[in-house]
Ligand binder design. Sequence first.
Ligand code: KIV
Ligand code: ZN
Length: 510
Amino acid sequence: MTDKLIIFDTTLRDGEQSPGASMTRSEKMRVAKALEKMKVDVIEAGFPVASPGDFEAVKSIAGIIQDSVVCGLARTGARDIDAAAEALKPARSARIHTFIATSPIHMERKLKMQPDDVIDAAVQAVKRARRYTADVEFSPEDAGRSELDFLCRIIEVVITAGATTINIPDTVGYSIPAQFGQTIRNIMERVPNSDKAVFSVHCHNDLGLAVANSLSAVVNGARQVECTINGLGERAGNAALEEIVMAVHTRKDYFQCETNLDTTEIVNCSKLVSNVTGFPVQPNKAVVGANAFAHEAGIHQDGVIKSRETYEIMRAEDVGWSNNRLVLGKHSGRNAFRTRLKEIGFEFDSEVELNNAFKKFKDLADKKHEIYDEDLQTIVTDNLHDNGEQIKLVSLKVVTETGETPMAELILSIDGREEPSRSEGDGPVDAVFKAIEAIVSSGCELQLFSVNNITGGTDSQGEVTVRVNKNGHVVNGRGSDTDIVTASAKAYINAINRVHSFAEKIHPQV
Ligand code: KIV
Ligand code: ZN
């Protein structure tokens, strides 16, 4: 009999810890809905005590998700556990995930706690969490660098205290696949009550081994994997959900377990997360990269034409790439627009929201005749930005000419009040950013500027991502338009709006 592998997605918690990947509450709700549609078993929705924004986001997600377990992260203190429980109250199925570091370096230098006190804190936290829910997960943080004997000790007592999932995190991405797999096997064999809990892993990608380590753990008995869409996450990221799921799916013969996932939703989820975070997916990324199923070499193309299986181990359709990507055009009506968006996982909250988005769709269809799913995703994201943003772009004029200094003239609306500005710059984008700064004086330092085309062709919308830093607080902004200078202005304004709206958060590993 094949076992079930539980897929625990932490895009909205660990993924969001990626510098610049902060999402608004409505963006998080959109991602959570897409994860539920893909039949993810557990959605880690956030770290409720970290900030009022995180608390509200977890609460809102708990209120809309029916089919997946909604999880909230908490350190071992009572305040953290109580905040997680409170935020999860509306959930149909709730899990509290509590953690404390167990490696000598973390206990001595970060926590400044004795090992016995760490064990005591873990047990108290699990017992407190069990007052609120029967579904409690415990993680010994930095398990990858913890001593095996100590790990076995703490795991045994937290299971006795009521933990139902034991998650072994390789917090700093230090482990090597064969060794990590063996650690999981050793723990499960040595802990006397290990059969009372599901064993899980949570691997970071500092050495590019997060997926390999997770899969090695699965071979050795882990039955839950924590992962993120597109491998988003702290530093080099977490294990990529799409790679774990497709490895297990494609090599059932080897892994002897299966997931519940609807794999045809993978590409949609990947595009959505890329879209809302402004983190583009590299073209050669496994499963979800634009080239993942593209054959360039003549010998490969010839083979695939004769028999697909000669060079393809997965079907593009099975992960949600569709050949018929053209979905709508300028004659499409509101119903077709609404229906297609529903198919790719988005539903409007009100007729007003639908009407605004539909107007944007018509404007885009006038400039660009073929509208793809990716264009629809950006329309929806832009629409959500428009609704919540304090600063908006009203109009923009840019003049560039060979040998002349570029000039930008624009009008911004700030809380409904219109302000004009004009500036020269080294290039058109520089002129635009200077004109914006002349009005807002944001104090932000620009750290990254990148342009991608959303679909193919010269009429494609350009998607611009900017990353800004204000007093050590890093946020990404994104904007899209068929005119990349306008897209740049929108991205910069989006970043400035975000800097102002994200409260400082407690970092979970502190
Ligand atoms: O990487 C890590 O250790 C974590 C824990 C909170 C599980 O994210
Ligand atoms: Zn992590």
